[in-house]
Design a protein around this ligand. Structure first.
Ligand code: HAM
Length: 424
C-alpha cells in the first residue's frame, strides 16, 4: 500500500514544535491585549468574490494562488489567502461600526496560497494579524506598527528592519500611475515578463521587482512620494514623526509597494536578514477604501499581518527558542497488578488537582518504567508495589537529584504539591 504523505507546501507541527508555537502565540495574544485589541475568528473559507474584490482581481494572489473550489451547490468558495478582507466582511455583516466607532481586532489563523513552496514560503501557513478599523488618524497607523514591533521585541528579536512608504490615495495615485507609465513605456521591452504584464494592471509593482534588469531600468523612475497630494503628504509626515517620537527605527523605502491592491497611504514591511529570499516577516498598511469596495460605509482602517513560520525560523536561528521540552510532574511506576490499578486511580486524583501525570501503558518491568520516567522528563517518579500499598506508603523519587523518600499515601497529594511549588 502506498503511504500517504502530507500535501506539498504544508507542515505537520509535531509536539516539540507545537510547544514553540504555543509560546509564540501566547506572546502575540498577550501583546495584543496590552494594546487592547480583541480577537476575531472568521471562517476558513469565504465566497471567492470577496477576495477577488477585496485583494484585487489582478494581484498574484487572486490571479494564480487561491485555493478555489465549487461546493455541491456550485457556489465558488476560496480558502482564505489573507485575513483583512474576511475581517472587513464580518465588520460590515455584523454592523460593528454602529456599535462603536473604532474596532481593534486581531486574529491568529491558517492561510492558504498556492505558491511554489520553498523555505519560508508555504501553501498552508499561519499569520497573526491586527486590524484597526474606523480611524483615519496617523496615530492608528503608528498603533499597528508599534504593536507589530512590540511583539517582535517581546520575543527578544533585535535584528529586523522596518520599511515604510506612502502609496498615495484615490486623489494622487491615478495621475502618478500615468506619469509612471509614460516613463516605463519606452523601456517596456527591457523589463522582465512579469513586469511587462504588470504594466497595464499594476505598474507600481514594477518598482518593487527584484530583477536586476528591472531595477536598472526603473532607477530614475518618478516616485509616488514626489507626487503625493497634500493630505497624503501630511499623513506620511505625521506617521514618520510619531514613529520617531516612539523611538521606533524605520527606513523610508520609496519603492515599497505591497502585493495586495487595497492599500492607500501608509504601506510597511518588517524584514529580517536571517531569512533568505522570503525575507518579509510581516507587512501591512492603510486600506481606507476597502470597506466601501466590499459594500460597507466608508471606514478608514489600517492593519498588518505576519507569518508565524517565518518568525519561528528567525527565532530558532537567533537561539531565542531554547528549552520547551518539559515533561510531566509525576510518573507513576508500578510493580504488580494491584499497584497498576492504584496508579490508574491515583493518576486521575492527582490530575484533578491540576498536576500533570503519566504512567505506563505497556505492562513494562519496573526498570523499563523508570527508564521511561527519565526519558519523559518527569520531575518525580512515584514507585509503588504490593508491599508499599499494604503499608499505605509510596516511594517518591526526585528524578533530577535522584533523592528518594517514603511518603504516606494519605498525605501524598499535599506532599507532591509542596515539592512542585503548586498551591494546595
Ligand atoms: P502579506 O504581505 O500578503 O499581507 O502577508 C503578510 C505576511 O504573511 C508576510 O509578510 C509573510 O510573513 C507571511 N506570508 C505570506 N505568504 C506566505 C507564504 N506563502 N508562506 C509563508 N508565509 C507567508 C497580508 O496578508 C495582509 N492581509 C496584511 C494586512 C493586514 N494588511 C492590512 N492588514
Amino acid at each position: 500500500m502506498p503511504k500517504f504523505q502530507r500535501i506539498k507546501g504544508t507542515h505537520d507541527i509535531l509536539p516539540q514544535d507545537a510547544r514553540k508555537w504555543r509560546y509564540v502565540e501566547g506572546v502575540v495574544q498577550e501583546v495584543m491585549q496590552r494594546y487592547n485589541f480583541d480577537e476575531i475568528r472568521t471562517p476558513i473559507f469565504e465566497e471567492t468574490a470577496l477576495f477577488a474584490r477585496g485583494i484585487g482581481q489582478l494581484t498574484d494572489i487572486v490571479s494564480k494562488e487561491m485555493y478555489t473550489f465549487l461546493d455541491r451547490g456550485k457556489k465558488s468558495l476560496t480558502l482564505k489567502p489573507e485575513g483583512t478582507a474576511p475581517v472587513i466582511r464580518a465588520f460590515i455583516e455584523h454592523s460593528l461600526g454602529e456599535k462603536k466607532p473604532v474596532h481593534k481586532l486581531y486574529y491568529i489563523s491558517p492561510m492558504f496560497r498556492q505558491e511554489n513552496p520553498q523555505a519560508g514560503r508555504l501553501r498552508q501557513f499561519h499569520q497573526f494579524g491586527a486590524e484597526l478599523v474606523g480611524s483615519a488618524a496617523p496615530e492608528a497607523d503608528v498603533e499597528t506598527i508599534a504593536l507589530a514591533v512590540d511583539i517582535y521585541e517581546q520575543l527578544g528579536l533585535k535584528k529586523y528592519t522596518l520599511k515604510i512608504n506612502s502609496v498615495g490615495d484615490a486623489t494622487c495615485r491615478a495621475p502618478y500611475k500615468e506619469r509612471l507609465k509614460d516613463y516605463l513605456r519606452p523601456r517596456l521591452d527591457k523589463l522582465c515578463r512579469s513586469c511587462q504584464e504588470r504594466f497595464d494592471k499594476n505598474p507600481l509593482r514594477i518598482l518593487d521587482c527584484k530583477e536586476e534588469g528591472c531595477r536598472a531600468e526603473t532607477a530614475e523612475a518618478p516616485l509616488i512620494i514626489d507626487h503625493l497630494c497634500e493630505d497624503c503628504h501630511a499623513h506620511f509626515e505625521a506617521v514618520k514623526s510619531l514613529l520617531s517620537r516612539l523611538g521606533i527605527a524605520f527606513e523610508v523605502d520609496h519603492r515599497l509597494v505591497r502585493g495586495l491592491d487595497y492599500y492607500t497611504r501608509t504601506a510597511f514591511e518588517i524584514l529580517s536578514g536571517a531569512l533568505g529570499a522570503q525575507n518579509a516577516l510581516g507587512g501591512g498598511g492603510r486600506y481606507d477604501l476597502l470597506a466601501e469596495e466590499l459594500g460597507g460605509k466608508p471606514t478608514p482602517s489600517v492593519g498588518f499581518a505576519a507569518g508565524i513560520e517565518r518568525l519561528l525560523m528567525v527565532l530558532e536561528k537567533e537561539n531565542l527558542l531554547s528549552d520547551f521540552d518539559s515533561g510531566p510532574d509525576v510518573f507513576i511506576a508500578t510493580l504488580g497488578e494491584e499497584a497498576r490499578r492504584w496508579a490508574v486511580q491515583t493518576a486521575r486524583q492527582l490530575r484533578q488537582r491540576g498536576l500533570r501525570v503519566d504512567y505506563d501503558f505497556l505492562g513494562r518491568s519496573l526498570k523499563a518504567q523508570m527508564k521511561e520516567a527519565n526519558r519523559s522528563g518527569a520531575r518525580f517518579a512515584l514507585i509503588v508495589g504490593e508491599n508499599e500499598l499494604q503499608a499505605r506508603k509510596v516511594v517518591l523519587r526526585n528524578l533530577s537529584s535522584s533523592e528518594q523518600e517514603t511518603v504516606a499515601i494519605d498525605s501524598l497529594v499535599g506532599e507532591l504539591e509542596a515539592r512542585l511549588g503548586k498551591p494546595g
